[in-house]
Write a new protein. Sequence first.
Lengths: 225, 225
Amino acid sequence: MSPSAVEILENCPFFADVNETAFRRLFAIARVVRFRSGQTIFVQNEPCPGMYVVGTGLVRIFKRTPQGRERVLHLVGPGETFAEVAAIGNFSCPACAEAVSPTTCVLLPLEPLQKLIAEDHELCRQLLLSLCLWVKRLVDLVEDLTLRDAAGRVARLLLEKSQRDHRKVRLPTLKRHLAAQLDLTSETFSRVLRRLELAGAIKHLARNELEIINKRKLEELARLE
Amino acid sequence: MSPSAVEILENCPFFADVNETAFRRLFAIARVVRFRSGQTIFVQNEPCPGMYVVGTGLVRIFKRTPQGRERVLHLVGPGETFAEVAAIGNFSCPACAEAVSPTTCVLLPLEPLQKLIAEDHELCRQLLLSLCLWVKRLVDLVEDLTLRDAAGRVARLLLEKSQRDHRKVRLPTLKRHLAAQLDLTSETFSRVLRRLELAGAIKHLARNELEIINKRKLEELARLE
DNA sequence: TCGAGATTTTGACGCAGATCAAGTCCGGCG
DNA sequence: CGCCGGACTTGATCTGCGTCAAAATCTCGA
């Protein structure tokens, strides 16, 4: 049973603080859209249909080269948003989006959304704040990609994914895609995990699940050399 | 003779569209600050003093590791801004800033700026739009760093810097810093330039000036492999 | 104009991680 | 239940770029 537009919007921290009126107006323009696992949501350079809010499932945002190499910029889960930048700035999709699992989103179409932003100061402020977070995240990504080595990047990923429950980590998607997010090949990703296991830092539990044995050691590796 | 606060703010495309009142209020909180060549403006992790608008000169925004490696995120010239993200999002400086040449800026201090944003819808929208550009630029940077090789990155830099006048390119700062921006060492940067020259794509004119002979070839190299 | 210090260039060499090539594991479907 | 195809692992080899070292060149102040 997939959630309604209201539920999705309410679950988005991003709109948590907008006032009643603004929320109703948002709701009025919202459309629920669904995607099968693996389905393409949009591809880079095509006009952006609007801003998406994820209700359930997982979406992968990535760049693709003519030759087929891919770089994952972001994995977007429930309560998070994507394509805000293109929607607000009114440029075409800078990247591709694809559902990693069966996914339900709210789509806030371009024109009415821009109109809303032009009219509602509160909404505008919210968006401004969350864009700041986006920028911060991207700066961290650049830092990660250029200042850390492979082991450091993997360690950082594991620590980030484990923040919820203490020790167990569920890898949310294919290792191949996680590797692409870290600018690694899946071979290297695999080898690094193996090394971490031999070093006693982690332990494989199941297919996409592992346990952090020695958090200290991971933090050491992630500590910018 | 360095420019006044009004001149600096007027020259910033970013505030070009804000209305008279908002502009006056901005001006009211603006402080002119000056930096010597090489002077540190702020360092990462310290509280952010506010948002800066460059009037004259050039500022280098970069991350530094404990071990002293540096990654240049951005070079900020006249009419451009920096630290907007930290100022608006109210977090500490995510990176270091340093004047590359003698520089005059306007500083819009944190609290009054935030107050202004909370009160002025138009200003808020402007900031939102320019943050979108920031995000776009960062996404391009990530793409550049991970999808292109050294020659491709250098080619892209040259093409970008040459957009004004057709063929001649002036390198705005030390090659060392440009190299750091591309995640290269200065040695590699130098070698790539040499190769491009041997291949007849460019020609050295003077210290920090070169000419693009074969634009086609550069575009080929930058064409994402 | 000269000279010290910084920047850049050039060369030799090493290594992290990519690429290529077999496997191995697993999940789904006939 | 057994087969098939995609995901993952593992090993061998290759290579782009970093590191170290030294020479060449520039800049700027005395």
